[in-house]
Design a protein around this ligand. Sequence first.
Ligand code: AKG
Length: 278
Amino acid sequence: MGLSYKTIFLNTERTKSFAVKYWANGFIDGISLLNADEVAQHRGHLEKAEHVLGHSLHYVNKVHTVLRSAYELATSPALVDQVEEILGNDILLYNVTYIIKEPGSPKFVSFHQDLTYWGFDGTEQVSAWLALSPATPESGCMRMIPGSHQQGLKEQVIGEDKDNVLNLSQTIEDVNDDDIVFSTLRPGEFSLHHGWTIHSSGPNRSTDRRIGLNIQYISPQLKQTKSDSDSAMLIRGNDPFGHFIDDVPATEWLLEDAEALLKERTKAYKAISGTPNS
Ligand SMILES: O=C(O)CCC(=O)C(=O)O
């Protein structure tokens, strides 16, 4: 059965207002992706993998290449459809990382812009953040500065703070507290933000783990200026440029050599993004 005129009209309107809001604010949140059972299943996969590996998967890079659940979430058609509204038809999946704050953890993320140290020669990039537990002001959800992506790249001071999740503790210091908007997400909802949107997150004062799956998508025309051997995975459309080595999706729920691969991939990622630009 074809779509009715009304459905097509409503879908078009929704899409239009989605993109308009994203470009006006530099982020959009509260988009529903998973129901409660699906959240429990995917959280279960993550926590079983952590049990098997014997450590938290917090801030471990390219996890979609070893854990099938992370790959499935990052390539969910309903999520990638929204990314396509922003990036266009050709999409590479660059990185997938769980960002986990344990209950009562003082870990925080300072105000920063994602594109600062990634080494890309353009801004055709979008980050998704999918909640696998409640993301609230109490649990340390993201705090956004609406419209800040329009200010371009700001000065970020490199520091060393053991509680700062960011590799270089990079911080934008002149943020006005009155401009902060909390990006509260229910489990199963996601947000999308632009690489220049200034954002941060506070400590987890709740009694549950705060678990977000952070997913970075880029356009194939982007070039990596800090390395000749960076990698990404084509997940929609075509890549006529070939600027990135191909990442391969996890074929099993958890690859047998996951630990060694994650170490190698996190080291490679940190060598690019965890170093200041020259
Ligand atoms: O998970 C967080 O607390 C911060 C995430 C973040 O900075 C990002 O997704 O760019």
